[in-house]
Design a protein around this ligand. Structure first.
Ligand SMILES: *[C@@H]1O[C@H](CO)[C@@H](O)[C@H](O)[C@H]1NC(C)=O
Ligand SMILES: *[C@@H]1O[C@H](CO)[C@@H](O)[C@H](O)[C@H]1NC(C)=O
Ligand SMILES: *[C@@H]1O[C@H](CO)[C@@H](O)[C@H](O)[C@H]1NC(C)=O
Ligand SMILES: *[C@@H]1O[C@H](CO)[C@@H](O)[C@H](O)[C@H]1NC(C)=O
Ligand SMILES: *[C@@H]1O[C@H](CO)[C@@H](O)[C@H](O)[C@H]1NC(C)=O
Ligand SMILES: *[C@@H]1O[C@H](CO)[C@@H](O)[C@H](O)[C@H]1NC(C)=O
Ligand SMILES: *[C@@H]1O[C@H](CO)[C@@H](O)[C@H](O)[C@H]1NC(C)=O
Ligand SMILES: *[C@@H]1O[C@H](CO)[C@@H](O)[C@H](O)[C@H]1NC(C)=O
Ligand SMILES: *[C@@H]1O[C@H](CO)[C@@H](O)[C@H](O)[C@H]1NC(C)=O
Length: 737
């Protein structure tokens, strides 16, 4: 009882601080988003008044105007408001409200990469590339970075309506705004779109940074750094701060970016844990839906919660969800024991110890006894736990990651045997020489320690090697299946996201470890966050050749032209890599596209059982949900096919699809189905499509029949034409997944 009321008191004090005294009696006031669908241009000027009156009606007597944090009114109709749970429930019942959901705090997910995927510097480029505006929703940007100088750029495209807050726009960065609707900035936050985190600068330069020679991180990853569409313009929207990125601010960023007129949106953000939000309660799905209505494709990171199945957090069929794959450059850190044994360590170790050997000690053998620490504490290398006299000048073998270099009490470096998967060096950075090893390596080192009275070790500077297995999907990358719409494949595609070098603010240390003072204009980081801007750039590249293509057509072009990836390296197959690795050059000439209009998505939402009234308020199309066969999820015209079926039960399922000819006017495509024998039969009708005009559409059905007795069966449909192979993944999986 005591702890509960003490806690209540604290919460109360906290809420008083947030929004004055008005709700002091109420223990739990949170920021909610009230989503109401389309905005009506005519009512834009009264939106805020309307929102205010709704809030007044729900809060009643204690209403304070500050409770209404923000009215979204440029691209959609919604508001952010401080409410109790009761009030939120009442709000959800008011006229015109589609959904009410709590604002959450999200996290960011980090160039050889372009060459590796077959997209060299000297590719054909459209003269319209400089008209493409890439919007990046992230931590902001470091405008003075060489990646963003505007030498040779003409003035922004005429259609552009954006502007820059605080920083001066140039002809490269043509928009920059920040969002913090509750006004609660942290101590370290600069109220400006300027990036002091690094993540935003890295993502923006990967998507559309200039070509910069001699990029490197302390000599590593040397080479030119470049964005995928170096002539494109950049517009920055910053909803992310030292405390994370909040729903209310992310929606404000979408609202603004859509109305400013960006062409593609890049969103390298996602929830901190595995969640399956309803499409109408997911700011990313809502923002991207309104973007889609304006012809803007949203590329979004799959999240970094892999390798477990069902660890994806982005499900909307109108977004491009991007998984992170490896490239053939691999960083490794050599560790050599005094007895000659060598281990391949994993880390980004910028320190060059000149290959010198140091005495080696196990942290469990060096407890700070006077400080009250025993061996089982000191083995974790926590603060004060090590005896400085014993570890100073030595390399320490730790059993856990020290969160502060000072915890190592003057050690020369450390080793951490902790991992089973070595795919991502740049996850491990520390302001001291160090390497991460496998647990097996750790056992070998422990027995070496036992075998000699004078153990020594050398940690080498990180070396750049080759990974001949690449590409495969990184272990951290989130996997499908799709938990919101099981019969839609997610992720959509994979792009490089492992150990990517790109621009970095020169004032921001290269790791987040306390006490790190290393600075660099480039940094090497990993994440689906880094994969997302690669896919964004590929989409922008396609858009520069086909400015009128819909978001779905661009996504289709990217997916059907993707380079296949190997299920041998990723047993989760399509749930790891979707259609495969992006291939921008091929995506420009896909032959056929699977297009999807707003009304198709509306029918899909009908089929998913969403409330007709709600659907009506997000679209200008006529809505009359009637549960016809065309409203089944299998008929949404996606370039991928997914089917969830019970194990050992036979089934027959039919997909309807329509392709649009965007290749040669006269062309013929033959259906080629690749299916593992004996499990399934897949029939395509008709099996030949003959086109006589560009823009002509042809429909066909794909009938999948059989029984599955394993978790996942991968097949594919290839429309085989003279100039293009239009490939779609077909995945049948069981509920046992
Ligand atoms: C570039 O475009 C030209 C003409 O459109 C074409 O002949 C050439 O093959 C293209 N080059 C590449 C590398 O795609
Ligand atoms: C940026 O501009 C806003 C308002 O125009 C101001 O409140 C803020 O302090 C400025 N930030 C900086 C870093 O100058
Ligand atoms: C350290 O060893 C590497 C090979 O592992 C070698 O290339 C390098 O020159 C050595 N450095 C010094 C300072 O001896
Ligand atoms: C041991 O721990 C104490 C307190 O926890 C700390 O003050 C002291 O500096 C530590 N000693 C060494 C040698 O690290
Ligand atoms: C080590 O210390 C912790 C508390 O500081 C204690 O819980 C634990 O039992 C001790 N372990 C040994 C082996 O003495
Ligand atoms: C090393 O010796 C310690 C105690 O002397 C023992 O607990 C440990 O199992 C030994 N480790 C190996 C890998 O031989
Ligand atoms: C749809 O939602 C509205 C508003 O929340 C509600 O009034 C209506 O009853 C719902 N309709 C159905 C069919 O559930
Ligand atoms: C479903 O769509 C097909 C074409 O894709 C059309 O021929 C058919 O009439 C539609 N059926 C219904 C019930 O709307
Ligand atoms: C799978 O089996 C469950 C329970 O036996 C059943 O409720 C469900 O409808 C089945 N699903 C399919 C797709 O057949």
């Amino acid at each position: 009882m005591f702890s509960l009321s003490a806690w209540r008191l604290l919460v109360c004090l906290f809420c008083c601080f947030l929004i004055l005294e008005a709700h002091c009696h109420d223990p739990k006031i949170e920021t909610y988003i009230v989503y109401m669908g389309n905005h009506h241009p005519k009512e834009m000027h009264v939106a805020e008044l309307h929102h205010m009156s709704m809030v007044r009606r729900v809060i009643g007597r204690n209403f304070a105007p500050q409770a209404l944090l923000h009215s979204y009114k440029k691209s959609f109709n919604a508001f952010a408001v401080r409410l109790t749970q009761d009030q939120a429930e009442r709000m959800a019942e008011m006229d015109g409200v589609i959904s009410v959901f709590q604002s959450k705090t999200h996290k960011p997910q980090t160039t050889r990469s372009w060459d590796f995927i077959g997209f060299p510097q000297q590719v054909n480029r459209s003269s319209l590339e400089s008209d493409v505006i890439v919007g990046v929703i992230d931590f902001g940007i470091w405008p003075e970075s060489d990646s963003f100088n505007d030498h040779g750029f003409s003035s922004p495209p005429k259609k552009w309506k954006g502007s820059c807050q605080n920083i001066t726009c140039n002809n490269k960065i043509i928009g920059a705004k920040y969002f913090r609707v509750d006004g609660l900035f942290g101590e370290d936050d600069i109220r400006s779109p300027r990036d002091t985190d690094g993540h935003g600068t890295h993502c923006a330069s990967t998507a559309a940074g200039n070509w910069v020679n001699s990029a490197n991180l302390y000599g590593m990853g040397k080479g030119a750094a470049r964005g995928g569409v170096p002539s494109a313009r950049i517009a920055i929207y910053k909803p992310c701060w030292s405390s994370g990125c909040q729903t209310a601010d992310i929606l404000a960023a979408f609202d603004e970016a859509i109305s400013d007129g960006v062409d593609i949106l890049s969103v390298s953000l996602g929830s901190r844990s595995v969640v399956y939000p309803d499409l109408f309660e997911d700011e990313f799905a809502i923002g991207a839906f309104h973007a889609m209505k304006k012809g803007i494709l949203t590329s979004i990171a799959a999240n970094n919660l892999g390798p477990d199945l069902s660890s994806m957090t982005s499900f909307a069929p109108w977004t491009l969800s991007v998984a992170a794959s490896t490239i053939d450059r691999k960083f490794s850190t050599k560790v050599q024991l005094g007895n000659g044994m060598v281990f391949e360590g994993v880390s980004i170790n910028t320190f060059d110890l000149q290959n010198k050997t140091y005495p080696l000690i196990y942290s469990g053998d060096a407890p700070n006894i006077t400080g009250g620490f025993n061996s089982s504490r000191s083995r974790l290398c926590g603060e004060n736990s090590l005896d400085e006299a014993k570890v100073k000048g030595k390399i320490v073998l730790c059993d856990s990651f020290p969160n502060d270099p000072a915890a190592l009490s003057g050690a020369a470096g450390f080793l951490l045997p902790a991992i089973s998967n070595k795919d991502t060096a740049s996850l491990f950075r520390f302001p001291l020489p160090f390497a991460v090893l496998t647990l097996t390596d750790g056992t070998s080192i422990r027995s070496y320690l036992n075998s000699t009275s004078n153990p020594t070790v050398a940690i080498y500077k990180t070396n750049e090697g080759k990974d001949s297995l690449a590409p495969y999907v990184a272990s951290f990358s989130s996997r499908g299946p799709n938990m919101i719409t099981p019969n839609i494949l997610k992720p959509d595609i994979a792009a490089p996201g492992v150990d990517i070098i790109a621009a970095w603010p020169p004032i921001t240390p290269i790791s987040k470890v306390q006490g790190d003072k290393r600075l660099s204009k480039f940094n090497i980081i990993s994440g689906t966050s880094m994969a997302c801007p690669h896919a964004t750039a590929a989409a922008a590249y396609v858009k520069s050749f086909h400015p009128t293509w819909s978001p779905a057509a661009i996504k289709s072009a990217l997916m059907t032209s993707a380079t296949p990836m190997s299920p041998a390296l990723n047993p989760e197959a399509e749930f790891a890599y979707g259609a495969g690795q992006i291939n921008p050059l091929k995506a420009v000439a896909p032959g056929l596209v699977y297009d999807i209009s707003e009304s198709d998505y509306v029918r899909f939402l009908c089929g998913q059982g969403y409330n007709t009234t709600s659907i009506r308020s997000i679209t200008d199309e006529a809505v009359n949900c009637k549960k016809t066969e065309n409203e089944t999820v299998w008929d949404l015209n996606l370039p991928s096919f997914a089917l969830k079926r019970n194990i050992s039960q036979s089934f027959t399922s039919v997909f309807h699809r329509t392709v649009t000819n965007v290749g040669a006017a006269k062309s013929v495509y033959k259906a080629n189905v690749i299916v593992p024998p004996s499990l399934l039969t897949i029939q395509v009708t008709p099996s030949v499509l003959s086109f006589s005009a560009v823009g002509e559409k042809k429909s066909f059905t794909v009938t999948v029949e059989g029984t599955i007795n394993v978790g996942i069966v991968s097949a594919s449909l290839i429309w085989d034409g003279a100039d293009s192979q239009v490939k779609s993944p077909i995945v049948v999986y069981s509920s046992a997944q």
